[in-house]
Design a protein around this ligand. Sequence first.
Ligand SMILES: [Zn+2]
Length: 264
Amino acid sequence: MEQLTANVWVHRIDAGGFPTVAALALTPTRAFVVDTLMRPQDMRPVLELLAARAGARRAVVVNTHHHWDHVYGNAAFPGFDIVAQRACPRLILAHADTANESVPLQPPEGVPLPTVTFGDRLTYSDEPESVHLIHTPGHSEDSLVVFLTGARLLFAGDTLEWPLPNFAQRDGKDVWIHTLRQLKQLPVALIVPSHGPAMGRALIDANERYVSGVYEAVAAAKKAGAGRNDLDLPASAFLDDDVVLDEVYMEAHRGNLVWAWDEV
Ligand SMILES: [Zn+2]
């Protein structure tokens, strides 16, 4: 695992072409595991580091939202508290039932549901660190971020993503923009998105520009008569000049255009 700060490590895997992160953050009395990736065995390095470093700390597993690349490894943590936003368990069950071919089958071990849920915010005070789990709808109804106030570090789940976010919540635009503006109020120094490198606050502005820009451009194109599948809106119009997209993110952008067309 890669050590990011004195008390934070990340483990990166490839999930269907998307680089994807699980993390471990130690506070004085707790060990937070953020997301469980695609399969229980993906979490082996995290379990090994927990065993080596956590000592008597109480482990808390956090699911940032219900998508398969964030929760399918939950079975690696039997008997642990698994914490998520209130809508997450229902959405995991619905996600498993979906006919959507982009959702893989659950692992043979199954996907244990979160055991602790909350509405807007859940705070673990652990001086000198405090860990806030904050509901941040937009990418999905149940999305949350994990903010470490002492380290000024934000695990963003898929609420923030590099090089561009994936649209996945119906009627998500306004809530997402609202969420992004709220995130700007936090004194964040380092952001760890689930997909993409650790980076600074500029990621929030970049994602806001992309989300609002895509919806506005698609609405204008639709009004002018453009069909669902002939939107000619290259991603570069909504991203900084130096961003180069690979095929996976070009496809994600095309998916976002269609998604926005259906919504506006
Ligand atoms: Zn997601």
